[in-house]
Design a protein around this ligand. Sequence first.
Ligand SMILES: NC(=O)c1ccc[n+]([C@@H]2O[C@H](COP(=O)([O-])OP(=O)(O)OC[C@H]3O[C@@H](n4cnc5c(N)ncnc54)[C@H](OP(=O)(O)O)[C@@H]3O)[C@@H](O)[C@H]2O)c1
Length: 340
Amino acid sequence: MRQVWTTKTGPPEVLEVREAPDPEPKKGEVRIRARACGVNFADIMGRLGLYPDAPKLPAVFGYEVSGVVDAAGAGAKQFEEGDKVIGLCRFGGFSDVVALPEIQVTPLPVRLSFAQGAAIPVNYLTVYQMLFVMGSIKRGERVLVHSAGGGVGFAAIDLCAIAGAEMIGTASASKHAALRERGVKHLIDYRQQDFEAEVKKITGGKGVHIILDPVGGESWAKGLRCLAPTGRLVVFGFSAAATGKKPNPLSALRNAMAVPWLKFNPITLMNENKAVIGVNIGHLWGEAEMVQGWMKQLVAWAEEGLIHPTVDQEFRFEDAPKAHHHIQDRKNLGKVVLVP
Ligand SMILES: NC(=O)c1ccc[n+]([C@@H]2O[C@H](COP(=O)([O-])OP(=O)(O)OC[C@H]3O[C@@H](n4cnc5c(N)ncnc54)[C@H](OP(=O)(O)O)[C@@H]3O)[C@@H](O)[C@H]2O)c1
C-alpha cells in the first residue's frame, strides 16, 4: 500500500509518500481500498507538534476514508467485497488500503461521491455531537459558527438547516459569497471586524444560543460575552495556536494564556446561566456504538438529500504538502481530500 507519512514536525514539505505491505483484516475487520481520505485541521496541528493526541512521529495520520471493501476478516459479516463504504480510522487513514473494525464502517450513501463520503465522518459527527447531542439545539435558535467556510463549517450549515436554527458565520471575506449562496444570511469577516460587536448588532443585543468555537484563546472569552442567557459555548479546537507553517511554541503559549481560565469557573457560569461544553470526537473510541448511531442518522439524512458534503478540492497523495498549504493559506471552501 501507499501512505502519506508525517515524517517529523515542520512545514508541509515534511509530508512524504512511502510504501508498506497491505494490511490483512483481523477478526471482525474489513479491508477497504481507499478512494478518498479526509484531511482535517488536526493533521496540520499534528504536523506542527500542537496536537497532544498525535502518535509519535514519524506517523501516518488520517481519521477517515471512503472506498470499496475488498476483504473481510473472520467473523466480519456486515459487508461484502465490492461494497462502497466510509470508515473512521484511529490514525493511519492516509493510506490507499486500511483495515477497520466493522463498527467503524458505514455504507456510502448512494447520492454521494467517494470524496463527499470522506467529508462526512469527522466533520459531520463533530457537528452532530455539538448541536444535537450536547448543545440541545432547538428550532429558531441562533448559532454562531466560527471558521464557517471550512469542513466543519459547511457541515454546520447543513445541520443548522435540519434543526431549523439560524446560523451566523465568521470566515475570511473571500468565502462570504459562497457561504451566502449556501444560505448563511449573516457573515462576519472576523479578521477585519470585531465579531463580538457584530454579533450584538445582528442579534439586536440579544446574543446567540450556541457558539461552535474551534479557534480558542481570546475568541472563547469574547464568545462567552456573546451568549444569550441559557447559551452554550462549545469549545472544540485551538486553531489560533497554528500561527504559521512551522512550529512556534512561543506563540502557541501566548494563545494558551489568552484562554479565559477564570471565566470558565462554575460560579460565573451558574450566575450567568451559561454553559461551556467541550467536544473531542477523537476521544470517543470507547463509545463506538454510540458514535455508530450518530453516523446512521447522518447517512439517513444524506440518503434523504438533507446533507450535502461540500468538497473544496482533491489532492493526490504526492501533493499532500500542497493540501496543507492550501488549508493554512485559508483558501479552502469546505473539505479537502487526498486521493491515492
Ligand atoms: N474536537 C473535535 O472533535 C474536532 C473535530 C473536527 C474539527 N475540529 C476543529 O475544528 C476546526 C475546523 O476543522 P476543519 O478540519 O474543518 O478545518 P477547516 O475549517 O477546513 O480549517 C481551515 C480554516 O480554518 C480557518 N482558520 C482559523 N484559524 C486558522 C489558522 N490559525 N490557520 C489557518 N486557518 C485558520 C481558516 O478559515 P477562515 O480564514 O475563513 O477562518 C481556514 O480556511 C479546527 O480547529 C479543528 O481542529 C475539532
